[in-house]
Design a protein around this ligand. Sequence first.
Ligand SMILES: [Zn+2]
Ligand SMILES: [Zn+2]
Length: 206
Amino acid sequence: MFCPRCGSDDEELIEGVCKSCFIKKAKIIGMDDDLKITICAHCNSILNGIKWEDSELSDEELVSFTVMENLHAMEQVEDLEISVDILTVRGSNYECLVHAEGKLLGTLVVEEYKVNVKIVKNVCPDCSKFASGYFESVIQIRADNRFPTHEELQIVDEIVRTKLGNLSLKNRMAYVSDVAMLKEGVDYYIGSYKAAKKLQKQLRTV
Ligand SMILES: [Zn+2]
Ligand SMILES: [Zn+2]
């Protein structure tokens, strides 16, 4: 059999061409060279399809992660190693260099690609609820037949901030949407019903 590309006849054909032509034309990895990530400007969560997911990644880590997620490797490649370097950052555009090397039919193949990743900032539904003053629960701080003292209110406020700060690591809705000073006491408007329950439990110890 002759290779239709180079005319050599000493090797068996792979996908219609000889081994060296096959390796020459092969791409060991493939990907889109333009990627877009949507993240929430307030809480950093990431839009994955139609779902918002929490993320602890920095923008740079997120860019590398997204590039890795979006590339696919050729099946026949062995010992594939891929690295992603961010070359330049212009505003929300990250220009990346993807370096891939692996063995194709025993031959080392090295490829480099440039990929542009754009981070689009948006607001997730939870944060937009927060922005619009949404709340699920009201915690009323009261004393018997008098207004709570300044010290009492300070202790309560400290607990509210600390507890919600901790809860908000796992629950974006654990926020104070509003604080109302009334003549009988103070009302805290809490974004999450669940968080308010936990907070109330702790406040009972005061
Ligand atoms: Zn050939
Ligand atoms: Zn958010």
